[in-house]
Design a binder for this molecule. Structure first.
Ligand code: 3HC
Length: 301
């Protein structure tokens, strides 16, 4: 086992331009955080221009929201806005010294993304993955420079959740780890260094909780009852609201990864995959407040 200690701070390299691969909900949230806290150019990419535009629109709307709340000035909103750009051409990542991905949670997809990124960036550019539970070692295994790959795992909602897991993979070198820790500090997150074990720390525990909650539903107890029963545990939101927050597809993938790693300890749930295809568990009002369990979702289990 690789020792998991904080590397010397002086090894950290400066981050002067950030590339974000994926413009989905998670990636857009941390792209915003990078530009706000690091105040450096951030370029985001995705499969097509429509996805990139959606990510850029999210960031602009959030900046407008921060300005309306008086958290940033109009000048700062304009400046931050100008620092963020979108592209569908990875050549625009050439001068990035930090690239972070949050693409589909599938090993082959993430390996391919980093292989492509590696062709466009210098050998010292850090490649960070926001994977929820895939092995960082495996994500890095086909690269020419696997020593610059590190896990950088945010939690939803990124702006609010203080924790960040920095995953020290077998071949991650000390410079990369130090740069990741320094970057986490600039983002004002409480970073913990974890080993590259399935689910790292938090998702392993969360998968247990959410997997057991889903299994209770799979075996006949309604959603509302399970949510009500575990409310005294003091969770800030119910188990199934949390599953919707992380994304039902992501949740199903996280459970599958854990079941594959520890078949006797984690359940897989065909119902969760069906719910993910349906897209929701709860019916909500216009403000997003839960009104009750969605009728089709209830019919699925
Ligand atoms: N984006 C930005 N800010 C948000 C937000 C969002 N999506 N949701 C809430 N906030 C902000 C609000 O603006 C408010 O900020 P303010 O006090 O400065 O105005 C603050 O958070 C509190 O919000 P609310 O008062 O509306 O609501 P709550 O007090 O109920 O808190 C919550 C909302 C923080 C989301 C809370 O319910 C919570 O902590 N839920 C659990 C979240 C969690 O466990 N996340 C981890 C998921 S696991 C994961 O992501 C890993 C992945 O790999 C699967």
């Amino acid at each position: 086992k690789k020792p998991v200690g904080a590397p010397p701070k002086e090894l950290a390299r400066p981050v002067t331009k950030v590339g974000v691969v994926g413009a989905g909900l998670m990636a857009s949230q941390f792209a915003l955080l990078f530009v706000r806290r690091l105040q450096v150019p951030v370029v985001i990419t995705d499969l097509d221009q429509a996805r990139v535009d959606k990510g850029l629109a999210f960031i602009r709307d959030e900046l407008d929201g921060l300005r309306e709340k008086g958290r940033i000035s109009q000048d700062e909103a304009n400046r931050l806005r100008a620092l963020v750009s979108g592209t569908t051409d990875l050549a625009d990542f050439a001068d990035c010294d930090w690239v972070i991905e949050a693409v589909f949670e599938e090993l082959g997809v993430k390996q391919q993304v980093f292989a492509e990124v590696e062709r466009h960036v210098g050998p010292e550019t850090v490649l960070a993955t926001n994977t929820s539970s895939l092995s960082v070692d495996r994500i890095a295994e086909r690269l020419e420079h696997p020593e610059r790959v590190v896990g950088f795992h945010f939690f939803n909602p990124v702006a609010v959740m203080p924790l960040l897991e920095v995953v020290n993979a077998t071949r991650t070198d000390e410079t990369t780890l130090a740069t990741a820790m320094a970057t986490a500090a600039k983002l004002k997150k409480n970073a913990v260094i974890t080993a590259d074990a399935p689910g790292f720390v938090v998702n392993r525990i969360l998968a247990k909780l959410l997997g057991e909650a889903m299994h209770a539903v799979d075996t006949g107890t309604p959603f509302e009852t399970v949510d009500r029963a575990i409310r005294p545990l003091g969770l800030p939101m119910t188990a199934f609201e949390l599953l919707e927050l992380v994304g039902l597809k992501v949740g199903a993938h996280v459970l599958d990864t854990h079941h594959a790693a520890f078949p006797d300890r984690f359940f897989e749930s065909a119902n969760l995959h069906r719910l993910a295809d349906h897209g929701r568990i709860f019916e909500r009002d216009a403000k997003g407040k839960v009104k009750g369990v969605d009728k089709r979702a209830a019919g699925i289990v």
